[in-house]
Design a protein. Sequence first.
Length: 92
Amino acid sequence: ANEITEEERFKIRQKLNLDKNDFVVCSFGILGPTKQNHSLLKAWLSSTLARDKNCVLVFVGELTDVDYEQQLQKIISASKTDARIHVTGWVD
């Protein structure tokens, strides 16, 4: 098993600007209308997690549809939690 140590976990969280106690929700893969990322985003924004300063939503993947990217960015920007919603772009 490739378990990471607490020290490694701390370094990763530090690199990602995450606090030790942050709760992180991730969606993995290319973002697009067929994957319904906007549904997850809207559900997140209507949940109590969005209002919790220790909760972060991360879309780990690339946006390939310009119109869809604009739609998501508009929703994210309009939220008061945009600093805790991230799209990483392509990740190996």
